[in-house]
Design a protein around this ligand. Structure first.
Ligand code: ADP
Length: 220
């Protein structure tokens, strides 16, 4: 192949998760080798990824033939078949691929992946469930945790933020959060300053420690 392997990504297991990830990587300009054991999946992705190959990823010889050891980044999207996930991941680790991401379908699966030494273990369903819980309870339109103790919330300004300069609302002192940016309908996102005056209908991005951001997101 003519891939620049050090910068390309190999995505193994093209189920719902792997497929979405591989297509998004293509969208952002990366070169992607997709591998899946299912012929129909491989056929449906033909032409949408740089290369897509039907193969059993648990076979060392197969991965070597596909030049997988030369990749700098690999993602294992195999979930349901935990044995296949673990076998594939341990081969990638043996190849000393610099950055490996692997999907876990349960805490037990995840802790084995972590014990193997996988650099990044992802829990898509658990993480999405936790994230949506924050949206269900409050007025928040989006909620993203950044590390263990910080969060970014997309929401609308509550009553105490409306009609006066942000600096005069004392929002940081009162609630321990910072209004980072705002958007007026039909306009682009703009950084908020102490002089910014928010109106009903605006959307804001708020950052702060999780507890503060969460509490602030429930205020109306
Ligand atoms: P999702 O929930 O994201 O759809 P699944 O775990 O159901 O994830 O799908 C994983 C994908 O991995 C499936 O498309 C399956 O064909 C593929 N897969 C499973 N085992 C192997 C293997 N040994 N080699 C290659 N692909 C595999």
């Amino acid at each position: 192949t003519n891939l620049d392997h050090s910068d390309a990504v190999v995505v193994i297991g093209l189920g719902r998760f792997g497929q979405a990830l591989a297509l998004e990587l293509m969208e952002t300009g990366a070169e992607v080798l997709g591998i899946d054991g299912d012929e129909d999946i491989v056929q449906s992705l033909n032409g949408q990824l740089t290369h897509v190959v039907q193969a059993d990823a648990t076979k060392e010889e197969t991965l070597r033939q596909l030049a997988v050891p030369q990749f700098g980044r690999a993602v294992v999207g195999i979930g349901t078949d935990i044995e296949a996930s673990l076998l594939t991941t341990s081969l990638l680790l043996r190849f000393s691929i610099a950055e490996i991401w692997a999907k876990a379908v349960s805490d037990a699966h995840g802790s084995i992946l972590e014990q193997l030494g996988v650099h990044h273990v992802i829990y898509p369903e658990k993480d999405m469930g936790r994230r949506v819980a924050h949206l269900v309870r409050g007025r928040m339109q989006d909620y993203i945790e950044i590390g263990e103790d910080f969060a970014l919330v997309k929401t609308t300004p509550n009553a105490e933020l409306l009609g006066k300069a942000l600096g005069d609302t004392q929002v940081r002192a009162r609630h321990g959060v910072t209004v980072t940016a705002f958007r007026r309908p039909g306009q682009p996102w703009t950084y908020a300053t102490a002089e910014t005056v928010l109106h009903a209908g605006d959307t804001i991005l708020v950052t702060g420690p999780i507890r503060n951001a969460e509490a602030f997101g429930q205020l109306s």
